[in-house]
Design a protein around this ligand. Structure first.
Ligand SMILES: Nc1nc2c(ncn2[C@@H]2O[C@H](COP(=O)(O)OP(=O)(O)OP(=O)(O)O)[C@@H](O)[C@H]2O)c(=O)[nH]1
Length: 306
């Protein structure tokens, strides 16, 4: 089997330490001899942080918009071309400080290449001082900080060197009450051992262990490749019975009633089908929490019968 390219999503509020983390990770990846590319997304027209990436690392910049809002299509194109032009072990994506992790994950899982990549983990850096003062932020930004923590697999509580032990304990308690599953570490200048990220089979392992006890799980993705055309009615019936912890589905499908390929989008319970002019790979990408991979596979295989 061809090795999939690992994707690491670096999330976290403005100034929380994402670029420091990226620099750190790239240095260690280089020492390990792995081939890495970087996508940097910044809101401004000019990238400042891209100078931090050495010239031999393929770099794509997405400026003047946020992956998760205005430029998702552009992001997918860039990711696709990075994957086609290079043989990569991993891609690091530094998101804007205001990106929402689910939307970024969504953008990484285009049905065009979902089978060639594996999103290893979402890492969220938290500026502990900003967190302590979060009451001064707008409600929306406070909510975003929480969401960035809630959906992370690894959380770096950064700029923690000046915190007292009791302040650390209180902080850890707060963060873990939002996200009990993530690995949480206190850091200074986002300094970590790369293993914390690369061994983040973590989320899969946790998912597996916890599937038996029905605890809340992390955000997961699942890709199914259809071999055959599908009966639309049965497909819609299946959709109606999917759990509401599935936030998003997208892909390309062929139906028994037509020779065309359809693009399929599904969010907030609403399916949308559109005729595709090109022949696309019939992948279905599913994003959600508590995804039961085996169950989904079984159900989709049943639909996928001639
Ligand atoms: N004192 C202190 N400063 C830090 C620490 N980590 C990062 N900084 C500084 O905080 C600033 C922001 O860090 P970055 O790594 O650029 O953070 P970022 O999340 O990439 O920032 P944006 O790209 O603006 O969203 C920089 O000036 C860093 O040098 C830390 O642990 N302690």
């Amino acid at each position: 089997m061809i090795n999939k390219t690992e994707i690491y999503i670096l999330s976290g509020f403005l100034g929380s330490g994402k670029t420091s983390l990226l620099k750190n990770a790239l240095k260690q990846e280089k020492e390990n001899g792995r081939q890495i590319a970087v996508i940097m997304n910044e809101l401004g027209k000019v990238s400042i942080d891209s100078d931090e990436v050495e010239e031999d690392t393929p770099l794509k910049e997405l400026l003047n918009g946020c992956v998760c809002c205005t430029i998702q299509g552009q992001f997918e194109t860039q990711l696709h071309s990075l994957l086609q032009e290079n043989k990569l072990d991993a891609i690091y994506i530094e998101t804007t400080g205001v990106a929402h992790p689910i939307e970024v994950l969504d953008a990484c899982m285009s049905p065009l290449f979902a089978n060639d990549v594996v999103v290893k983990c979402i890492v969220t850096t938290v500026d502990v001082h900003r967190w302590q003062d979060r009451g001064s932020l707008s409600i929306q930004l406070q909510k975003l900080l929480q969401e960035q923590i809630r959906h992370a697999d690894v959380i770096l509580l950064n700029k923690a060197d000046t915190l007292s032990e009791s302040a650390k304990a209180a902080l850890l308690y707060e963060v873990q009450s939002i996200n009990p599953q993530a690995a949480c570490v206190f850091t200074s200048y986002s300094s970590i051992q790369l293993k914390l990220l690369t061994s983040a089979k973590l989320s899969e392992k946790q998912a597996h262990q916890q599937a038996h006890v029905e605890k809340q799980l992390h955000l997961k993705t699942f890709v199914y490749e259809f071999k055959n055309s599908v009966d639309l009615e049965k497909f819609e019936d299946w959709l109606r019975h999917t759990p509401d912890t599935i936030y998003r589905m997208k892909g390309y499908l062929r139906f028994t009633h037509s020779t065309d390929t359809y693009s399929f989008q599904y969010s907030y319970g609403m399916p949308l089908y559109m005729k595709e002019l090109l022949k696309m790979p019939t992948n279905l990408v599913i994003i959600g929490e508590n995804l039961r991979h085996e169950q989904l596979k079984k159900e989709l295989t049943t639909l996928d019968q001639v």
